[in-house]
Design a protein around this ligand. Structure first.
Ligand code: C5P
Length: 237
């Protein structure tokens, strides 16, 4: 494991440097407003409201640094840095910006409505000694593997499948080790940790931690924030 001084603090890394083309908006996804507030601000507010995060580092496109600084809470604990070409590049930048972190929570800006209580649960599992923790939900659809022509090649047993959310939590040295190799490819951070042979633990996720990816997701997010009761439940009143 990388030997880096470790002050035991929980540092949240928020990748917000994607273009978000699937959302069909002209602004990068993290800067699209939900209920009047940009997603990246909602995500950072949720992390702070969890009470479990000491610092937040937000990775944004180079030309959005100034607007990110302006829209995020003015705090010494929140820092904005320039992200990279791919999500892994953005996370790598965030890791490098926190050499003294004890734990990392990697949390997509696109999961803007994640309840603070879920964030706190991930951090608590880390502090209790789990090296890698991810929120997981049972899948409701049947999942099939297909070949390049769209022919079905298999139907894994749904009972053994989970949809994985963020924040994904890691002992800091473990995540640093997982990101040592250049050119690594994975759709989530836990995937890189799994490649090291480390066991990743799941905890129950939350439907409100869904990733806002398509226009339908955006509509759903607006509807969620329109419901005052749900707004209270996710700590955003
Ligand atoms: O595209 P996708 O929804 O998988 O992106 C997940 C998160 O990663 C988003 O919050 C997005 O802004 C972020 N990202 C990033 N840097 C990139 C690409 C995506 O920070 N180059």
């Amino acid at each position: 494991m990388n030997v880096v001084s470790n002050d035991g603090s929980v540092v949240a890394l928020v990748p917000a440097a994607g273009r978000g083309v699937r959302l069909g908006e002209s602004t990068p996804k993290a800067f699209v407003a939900v209920g009047g507030t940009p997603m990246v601000r909602l995500a950072v507010d949720g992390l702070i409201a969890s009470g479990a995060v000491d610092r937040v580092i937000v990775m944004v496109p180079a030309e959005f640094v100034d607007s990110a600084v302006a829209l995020l809470p003015p705090s010494d604990s929140v820092r904005v840095v320039v992200g990279g070409a791919e999500r892994v590049d953005s996370v790598r930048v965030g890791i490098a910006a926190a050499p003294d972190a004890g734990y990392f929570l990697v949390h997509d800006a696109a999961r803007a409505l994640t309840p603070p209580a879920l964030i706190a649960r991930v951090a608590a599992e880390l502090r209790a000694g789990k090296p890698a923790v991810v929120p997981a939900l049972p899948v409701v659809d049947t999942i099939k593997s297909v070949d390049a022509l769209g022919g079905v090649t298999g139907t894994p047993d749904r009972a053994g499948l989970r949809a994985i959310q963020t924040p994904q939590g890691f002992a800091a040295g473990l995540l640093r080790d997982a990101y040592v190799a250049e050119g690594v490819a994975a759709t989530d951070d836990a995937g890189l940790v799994e490649l090291l042979g480390t066991r990743v633990h799941t905890i129950p996720g939350d439907p409100l931690a869904f990733k806002i990816t398509t226009p339908l997701d955006l509509l759903l997010a607006h509807a969620v924030l329109d419901g005052a009761d749900i707004r209270r439940a996710v700590g955003r009143t």
